[in-house]
Design a protein around this ligand. Structure first.
Ligand SMILES: O=P(O)(O)OC[C@H]1O[C@H](OP(=O)(O)OP(=O)(O)O)[C@H](O)[C@@H]1O
Ligand SMILES: O=c1cc[nH]c(=O)[nH]1
Ligand SMILES: [Mg+2]
Length: 209
């Protein structure tokens, strides 16, 4: 079963309220999405492996911990996932970034793939797959299946707003993928938009509507 972690940190909840607010313009929206992504990364990387090494401070020798194990890869689902990448790179500057382009067909609501470029060593990296919105779950499941076909083994999915249905669909289809959500909203509307949600994340990030 997927582990589902819903963020309860007050800073994250406060910033999510701001991105929900329709009065928040694109500049502030982009800044907040990156800040929330950074804060969520702190939680989503809590179980990364450490090893002990010996170092010298200016005054003494000591044993100290550094990260070990697999390197990380960040994979945003285009377009809206792009809004989370810089915030994550602030914390993990050595991560490589792959891109998967998907859009939801407005009629069928099914994801359509239009782009993919991933690091060559994807199978050796732990992947943070990121998209602000998990609505029906179709896009996330398609992206995860795609990453697995390309060799990815350990994948965590990070989103800012999930729907209950999206979490259920994703954890049923990909029980090996842990889900980190800023908040989980109750329902989808007739066009599969999350309610109350924040509207169309891509349009709000890039000012396209
Ligand atoms: O869970 P789902 O029902 O698949 O919906 C979620 C997807 O919809 C949005 O992308 P959109 O299709 O609007 O593309 P965009 O990022 O280019 O705006 C969102 O960023 C997710 O990728
Ligand atoms: O509410 C939603 C659902 C899908 N995609 C979005 O950007 N918002
Ligand atoms: Mg969109």
């Amino acid at each position: 079963m997927s582990k589902v972690v819903v963020m309860d940190h007050p800073l994250i909840q406060h910033k999510i309220t701001k991105i929900r607010d329709k009065r928040t313009g694109a500049k502030e929206f982009r800044e907040l999405v990156n800040e929330i992504a950074m804060l969520m990364t702190y939680e989503a990387t809590r179980d990364l492996q450490l090893e002990e090494i010996e170092i010298e401070t200016p005054v003494a020798k000591t044993k100290a911990m550094i990260l070990t194990g697999k390197k990380l890869g960040i994979v945003p689902i285009l377009r809206a996932g792009l809004g989370m990448v810089d915030g994550i790179l602030e914390l993990i500057p050595v991560a490589k970034v792959g891109h998967i382009g998907l859009y939801r067909d407005p009629e069928t609501l099914l994801p359509v793939e239009y782009y993919c470029k991933l690091p060559n060593d994807i199978s050796e990296r732990e992947i943070l797959l990121v998209d602000p919105m998990l609505a029906t779950g179709g896009s996330a499941v398609a992206a995860i299946n795609f990453l697995k076909e390309k060799g990815a083994k350990k994948i965590r999915f990070l989103c800012l707003i999930a729907s209950k249905k999206g979490v259920e669909t994703l954890s049923a289809a990909c029980p090996d993928v842990d889900i980190y959500a800023g908040v989980v909203d109750e329902v989808l509307n007739d066009h599969a938009y999350i309610l109350p949600g924040l509207g169309d994340a891509g349009d709000r990030l890039f000012g396209t509507k």
